[in-house]
Design a protein around this ligand. Sequence first.
Ligand SMILES: *Cc1c(COP(=O)(O)O)cnc(C)c1O
Length: 414
Amino acid sequence: MPQDKGLYMPVNIPQLDDKFINNLDQYSLPEIAFHVAKNLLGDDIADDDLKAIIYDAISFLAPVVKLEENVFVLELFHGPSLAFKDFGARFMSRVMSYFLEADEKQLDVLVATSGDTGGAVALGFLGVPNTRVTILFPKGKVSDIQELQLTTNGQNIRAVEIDGTFDDCQALVKQAFTDAELNEKFRLTSANSINIARLIPQTFYYFNAYAQLLKQGIDKVVFSVPSGNFGNIGAGLLAWKMGLPVEHFIAATNVNDTVPEFLKTGVYQPKPSVATLSNAMDVGDPSNWVRIADLFKDDIEKLKTLVTGYRYDDDETLNAIKFIYDNNNYVACPHTAIAWQALKDWQQDNYRGDFAGVFLSTAHPCKFPDVYPRSVAGKIIVPERVKALAKKNKKSVALGKDFEGFKKYLLENK
Ligand SMILES: *Cc1c(COP(=O)(O)O)cnc(C)c1O
């Protein structure tokens, strides 16, 4: 974290050349990833090393699946932790270990999770020499499978259960990064989407989704993004800044609707987070919002015309899950269902049923088994690696939400 408590942003965002954009359909996901990363990172990582990092990190696909005319789902849950956060976490962990020298002080990664980040980051760093990960998660507010993914890793991964909300976990982590004593004793780094190294790889799949549609002759695309901390849609907007010709973005939230409210009223008013069925989006003060505001600092009106916000409560989320299942025979996770509903509402509100709508599916439905009515739950195919988790031992430390207690724990458990 910069000491002024802001977030790092690229000083300038270079445009990708037209030739690349117009021929996106000729490239595979890792090829696109290399080209986009190279455009942003320049020569900071040698080409061969960058290629190796990308082929190792992005080792699974992000297919665009057609549900009906002009409604597509971009499935981002085919990585090891079954959530889109694998893209960011795997790329970031490999970049960090690339820059870590063997004789340096251990890298201490602190990460707050509302559910999916912790699992992706843990698997990204598991066994990476000279690193340690401390995961903070809100007690009782993550699903059973998520908790197993957080607490059964062992090795260089430890889990801390905080008696509070995700916002409390995030506040503890942020405070640790600006605490002088902790910074002197540890080499601390963040693995949340406040870390720019997580955002960059999330731009890759927007380009790749567009490429898949181009192959079908489609070039007018609207992305609907289920949003919590606004890293995912922030990456989409970064892709747009780099030259991806997206017609429109939809920021879909649950009742934690700080951003949809802002887009409507022009007033950014953070609120305490409220627990919902889409728990990974229970964020009242999205940390990546400042990045989006920065991307549009010269033209805030452009932001308001490019992005529309929609918000849904838990009943609407459940209705959406049922509707998608009944009509498309597809099981969406609760976050994904919110993005689908927002897309349908936007297409209707704007008479733009002719634009290809792509809603992002951020997690595999099996991560949220308690959410579904029985008829739908029975249709979910649980991957083998999830079944294996149940046999492992859970291990975590319980702490309150006060910073002094957390600091003491860190100092006493070097
Ligand atoms: C993290 C997460 C989100 C929210 O993504 P942000 O980048 O924080 O906006 C949505 N859905 C799922 C399943 C997630 O894990």
